[in-house]
Design a protein around this ligand. Structure first.
Ligand SMILES: Nc1ncnc2c1ncn2[C@@H]1O[C@H](COP(=O)(O)OP(=O)(O)OP(=O)(O)O)[C@@H](O)[C@H]1O
Length: 206
């Protein structure tokens, strides 16, 4: 992947196994977000190609940005932004199921502007789940959360992986968190990528 004359990375070669949980690690500015943008087809790689197996449905969960304290939509309405405007009974049922899955049902009427960081992040996750993805990519989803909210989100992600067999690619700088919850890693550094098991990550890179 090049921007003008700058090569961000080259000769990346990796596979994500169905049902796996992979941390995408690497120092600042090495191209983790760029790689995700390529996988999400928001950026076209300067050369090379990749493919997903038949039937892969991608979901993307961004890091929540500052949501204005006055932001008027409720959590339920925010999640529903990723659904047809006319909410049929079927759509309402799906939204309810995702609210329950992400532990937001009881606070569905809380405004997004008032929600805690962890609640906001779970709302973004619920929004992505409306498309029933079988692969989710999370970009620094835990970065602005306190330790309790971090663990809550990670347990939820683990649950989605175990119960619904969702494949997870999780960008993070938090190595202890990745060691606790992810099985595999991709390490992006010096324009290259390394892949391995999270349990072996320290040995290789510290
Ligand atoms: N649209 C663009 N045009 C030019 N350069 C870009 C563009 N997008 C990213 N870059 C450059 O590509 C490199 C990789 O950026 P990227 O945001 O992908 O890194 P990152 O690993 O996600 O960083 P961080 O960990 O800080 O989030 C950086 O040097 C960045 O300045």
């Amino acid at each position: 992947m090049r921007f003008d004359k700058k090569t961000v990375f080259e000769n990346l070669n990796f596979k994500l196994k169905k049902g796996s949980m992979t941390a995408l690690l690497g120092p600042n500015g090495t191209g983790k977000t760029t790689l995700i943008n390529v996988l999400m087809k928001m950026l076209v790689p300067s050369s090379g190609s990749f493919e997903f197996a038949d039937g892969v449905r991608l979901g993307y969960v961004p890091q929540f940005r500052n949501i204005d304290a006055e932001y008027p939509l409720s959590i339920a309405a925010f999640i529903g932004l990723n659904a047809p405007l006319i909410k049929t009974g079927k759509v309402k049922k799906i939204i309810k199921a995702q609210l329950q899955e992400t532990n937001l049902y009881d606070i569905r009427n809380t405004r997004m502007g008032e929600a805690s960081g962890g609640q906001k992040q779970r709302a973004y996750l619920a929004q992505a789940l409306l498309d029933s993805p079988n692969v989710i990519i999370l970009d620094e989803a835990t970065a602005s959360l306190d330790p309790v909210a971090k663990d809550e989100l990670m347990r939820l992600i683990k649950h989605l992986n175990e119960k619904h067999k969702i494949t997870v690619l999780f960008v993070t700088h938090d190595i202890p968190l990745a060691e606790k919850y992810m099985q595999d890693y991709l390490y992006l550094n010096h324009q290259k990528i390394e892949q391995g098991e999270m349990a072996n990550f320290k040995e290789a890179y510290e």
